[in-house]
Design a protein around this ligand. Structure first.
Ligand SMILES: Cc1cc2nc3c(=O)[nH]c(=O)nc-3n(C[C@H](O)[C@H](O)[C@H](O)COP(=O)(O)OP(=O)(O)OC[C@H]3O[C@@H](n4cnc5c(N)ncnc54)[C@H](O)[C@@H]3O)c2cc1C
Length: 420
């Protein structure tokens, strides 16, 4: 079921002339930009969020699976998600938006190994996660797993499961950040009279500089806005926007698709996100059916797009039992789904905003006044609160950039594509 917050307050739109001056411009109103505005308004800043599309959270954020997990392979990303959880789980109270629903379902993430090689890697990962203090990841044999999730295939020999991981409606989250940022006085713990407004159908085309070369604002198709600080939160477009400031930000937009099956009675709606460690194919219960996905490691990097194309081959790769990446390898009921005639489905697509090490860029750049909050490499929903809080602390001088593990310019090791 999708969530409906339409009877609740919404964010303030800036439809007339843009303000001449604000404390902070945020470029992009996806989940990262809206979260940045939320924490900045809460800290007392007057914020203008500039979004080129006609609605917020309508590009990458709209395409996401809407899932969050603490099962990460590095302590830094774990910390980002961990920090956000209390906000996600108590959003209505923390944001002051009484009744706001994020559709949270803590049904767990279940990673399944069908070979000894991936089972061994799984055991190593769980041992590593324990060193991070993440001690509630269960490691189960195939038989133990099938006793709990009878839909699993007999070939599954080991699973990793954390019950507290789950699903969140990411569009509701972004809209919630935005609505709360426009009503910041109500945010739990807010200081001063911070406030954010949203200028839609407005594109940042240039950065404005003073005589010394320092950035003092942005130029848009609706005029200039002066601001001593700006944050690039433009998702897959962040590299392009950074270039406007002569900043090289390595972001590699890579198409990723979501198969939406709105109605499928065969799906156990209480099931966890179920992932095939061998192929990366996975599904989670959603609507009255499922979302199914696969990270195809061969997808080439491309240019950022405003309309991201889909390819029906993805649906066949997941649904056709003859496919080497079929979901039927994980759970035989998918074979019956195909045999009975594939259900009504459609595809949605977005672009992962990969950085070389698949970790975000958070904080100041070499251009005074210019900050980034981007490059989440496919994890931007779950990391949104932690990343935005840090961005705002850095721009307010409440934290030291040198201590930020996700700082721009950090040493980076290139990584292979993740399963998720
Ligand atoms: C298929 C898929 C599944 C995913 N699943 C998950 C998941 O389960 N969990 C998770 O945590 N993450 C997931 N992600 C990743 C997550 O969706 C992204 O990391 C996140 O949405 C990025 O948010 P963003 O705000 O940075 O970017 P976006 O949502 O792309 O927002 C950036 C905005 O900037 C605007 N913009 C760009 N240039 C300009 C300009 N010059 N002027 C004004 N505005 C501009 C764009 O129009 C856009 O609206 C998934 C992604 C995909 C594609």
């Amino acid at each position: 079921m999708s969530v409906d917050n339409s009877a609740l307050p919404t964010y303030d739109r800036h439809d007339g002339a843009l303000p001449a001056s604000v404390d902070l411009v945020v470029i992009g109103a996806g989940v990262a930009g809206a979260a940045t505005a939320y924490f900045a308004a809460r800290a007392g800043l007057h914020v203008l969020v500039i979004e080129r599309r006609s609605s917020i959270a309508s590009l990458t954020t709209a395409a996401a699976t809407g899932a969050f997990r603490l099962q990460h392979d590095n302590v830094d990303e774990l910390a980002l998600v961990q920090e956000g959880l209390p906000l996600y789980l108590n959003f209505a109270e923390e944001s002051g938006l009484t009744g706001w629903n994020l559709g949270i379902r803590q049904q767990g993430y279940l990673f399944c190994s069908r070979t000894e090689a991936s089972a061994a890697k799984g055991r190593e990962l769980v041992a590593l996660q324990r060193t991070f203090g993440l001690t509630d990841v269960e490691l189960l044999s195939g038989d133990e797993a099938r006793a709990r999730w009878p839909y699993l295939a007999p070939e599954i020999r080991q699973v990793r499961f954390r019950a507290g991981d789950g699903f969140i409606d990411q569009v509701a989250l972004a809209n919630g950040y935005a609505a709360a940022s426009s009503h910041a006085a109500q945010i739990n713990g807010a200081s001063g009279s911070g406030h954010a407004t949203y200028a839609l159908e407005t594109t940042v085309t240039e950065f404005v500089r003073d005589a010394s070369g320092a950035i003092t604002g942005v130029r848009t198709n609706r005029g200039d806005v002066h601001a001593p600080q700006a944050v690039i939160a433009a998702g897959p477009w962040s590299g392009v926007v950074a270039k406007l400031a002569a900043l090289e930000l390595p972001i590699a937009p890579t198409i990723r698709q979501k198969l939406v099956i709105p109605n499928l009675p065969a799906i156990d709606q209480t099931a966890p996100m179920t992932i095939d460690d061998e192929t990366g194919s996975h599904w989670r219960p959603a609507l009255a059916g499922a979302y199914a996905l696969r990270t195809d490691p061969t997808t080439p990097v491309g240019e950022p797009l405003l309309e991201v194309p889909t390819d029906d081959a993805m649906a066949h790769a997941l649904l056709d039992p003859a496919s080497p990446t079929s979901l039927a390898l994980l759970a035989p009921f998918w074979r019956d789904v195909w045999r009975d005639g594939p259900p009504a489905w459609h595809l949605m697509a977005g672009q992962y905003e990969y950085t070389p090490d698949h970790r975000p860029f958070i904080g100041p750049t070499d251009q005074p006044g210019l900050f980034v909050n981007t490059g989440y490499s496919g994890h931007g929903v779950m990391c949104s609160a932690g990343g935005a809080r840090r961005t705002v602390d850095l721009l307010l001088g409440r934290a030291a950039a040198a201590e930020e593990p996700f700082r721009v310019g950090r040493p980076m090791t290139s990584r292979a594509r993740d399963v998720l």
